[in-house]
Write a protein that binds this ligand. Structure first.
Ligand code: UT7
Length: 323
């Protein structure tokens, strides 16, 4: 018998304010046409001034718990993937724990920027299969609007805010790739690429800072590394692109998503796309897309799903799971 981390519930939260591309045309030298054609983004949501990452994370977690039919007290651990915490400390995860009314278990944040949710899922899987936790809420939540330089047209038009959450639970599997739950993970990072995607501030440099990105360079790495990490994860369990029902990619750029799907031999009709509506929500983008994919009736029980993401670090990886 093999222990598998299976999905019991999923949910998401998007802030009320929707910002169409046209809104940027009044403040910077850009156009709806440029943003759509270069990134695939049409609109994004921005958090209200008094809305924080932990608020959005809690809302998404509450919806995932509802779908799972579980109370917060029945959860053993919360992992939040974020690069935009409410405070330097404590972790967003402990804030979510308190807001959910959960008084036992443990909670911590994972910071791997846009790849954060993939890293958090892999960690949740490790906790479950090693017997350290039975039920884990894994959340991706971001307020990237707080770290935008609104005068920088190369970055400010690309990002958005939001949160998504999964409830995972230990279940018995057969040990084969037909099991439901997380089947394989592949994590990577290479710190030599810090300068192509970073925030030029932080606690020990005494400022908040703004996101800086050499878009073309990040694009080049993304196109090369995403298909490769997804193939590595699939190889580990003897699966190929043909077996995939849905790729649920990090939603950074439609051109990157198309190129990765093509390299994996998967048609765009088997890719969950939300980039047009959410922009790049960093660690929140994959759980948001999983939740929207279920809501749309795309993702169904038993489907084989591959998630993949790359972001600052660089950090990148993939998870293969059967819904
Ligand atoms: O989630 C973390 C990972 N992040 C990513 O995966 C993002 C990866 N990179 C990208 O998605 C793309 O590189 C971008 C969407 C950021 C940019 O697309 P690109 O096709 O690589 O454009 P570029 O940076 O080469 O810029 C082309 C031109 C430049 O003008 P010149 O030098 O050719 O005269 C830019 O200055 O477009 C200009 N430009 C803009 N024009 C209008 C850059 N931003 C804008 C803009 N509006 N907002």
């Amino acid at each position: 018998m093999t222990t598998r981390a299976q999905v019991r519930g999923v949910g998401h939260y998007l802030p009320k304010r929707v910002v169409p591309n046209s809104e940027f045309e009044t403040t910077i030298d850009t156009s709806d046409e440029w943003i759509r054609s270069r990134s695939g983004i049409e609109r994004r949501h921005f958090a209200a001034d008094d809305e924080t990452t932990s608020d959005m994370a809690t809302a998404a977690a509450t919806r995932a718990l509802d779908m799972a039919g579980l109370a917060a007290q029945e959860i053993d651990a919360i992992i939040v993937a974020t690069s935009t915490p409410d405070l330097t400390f404590p972790s967003v995860a402990t804030m979510v724990q308190a807001k959910l009314g959960m008084t036992k278990g443990f909670a911590f944040d994972v910071q791997a920027v846009c790849a954060g949710f993939v890293f958090a899922l892999a960690n949740a899987n490790a906790l479950i299969i090693s017997g350290q936790a039975n039920r884990v809420i894994v959340i991706g939540a971001e307020t990237f609007s707080r770290i935008m330089d609104w005068n920088d047209r190369t970055t400010s038009v690309l990002f958005g805010d939001g949160a998504g959450a999964l409830v995972l639970e230990a279940a018995d599997g057969t040990g084969t790739n037909t099991d439901r739950g997380i089947l394989a993970t592949d994590l990577n990072s290479d710190g030599r690429h810090k300068d192509i995607l970073y925030v030029d501030g932080g606690v020990s440099t005494q400022s908040t800072g703004h996101l800086r990105m050499q878009g073309k360079e990040v694009f080049r790495h993304a196109v090369e590394k995403l298909a490769s990490t997804a193939h590595t994860a699939l190889d580990k369990v003897g699966l190929t692109g043909d077996d995939i029902d849905w790729i649920v990619p990090h939603q950074a750029n439609l051109r990157i998503i198309k190129s990765t799907a093509q390299k994996m031999g998967v048609g765009l009709d088997r890719v969950v796309l939300t980039v047009q509506d959410h922009g790049n929500t960093s660690a929140a983008s994959i759980p948001l897309a999983l939740s929207v994919g279920v809501e749309r009736g795309q993702i169904k029980p038993g489907n084989l799903i591959v998630t993949e993401a790359i972001g600052g670090g660089l950090a990148w990886g993939a998870v293969v799971l059967r819904w």
